[in-house]
Design a protein. Structure first.
Length: 116
């Protein structure tokens, strides 16, 4: 069992920046990839970015070049640096951890609101 706690969401003006953090605890030895997803009202969650234990990253098309995902394995924490934020980035952002066995865990989510 992996527990994930997100922090760092909030309100920011368009063009601004935020950094999200997600700290993992529990069965951290089982974690392969960690990532961030977001969910708009009435929509399914979509990938924002992910990073494997080896540091390989993947991004959703809408955030490429603006968002950067990173991981501190010593702290069991994954970060999402979000720059040049747009109002359409407004969503609830969820942290995800995927085990080597393909089991996923989710955080509770953190609201990001970008004002125009």
């Amino acid at each position: 069992q992996v527990q994930l706690v997100e922090s760092g969401g909030g309100l920011v003006q368009a063009g601004g920046s935020l950094r999200l953090s997600c700290a993992a605890s529990g069965s951290i030895f089982s974690i392969n990839a960690m990532g961030w997803y977001r969910q708009f009202p009435g929509k399914q969650r979509e990938l924002v970015g992910s990073i494997t234990s080896g540091g390989r990253t993947k991004y959703g098309d809408s955030v490429k070049g603006r968002f950067t995902i990173s991981r501190d394995n010593a702290k069991n924490t994954v970060y999402l640096q979000m720059n040049s934020l747009k109002p359409e980035d407004t969503a609830v952002y969820y942290c995800n951890a995927m085990s080597y066995e393909g089991l996923g865990s989710w955080g509770r989510g953190t609201q990001v609101t970008v004002a125009s």
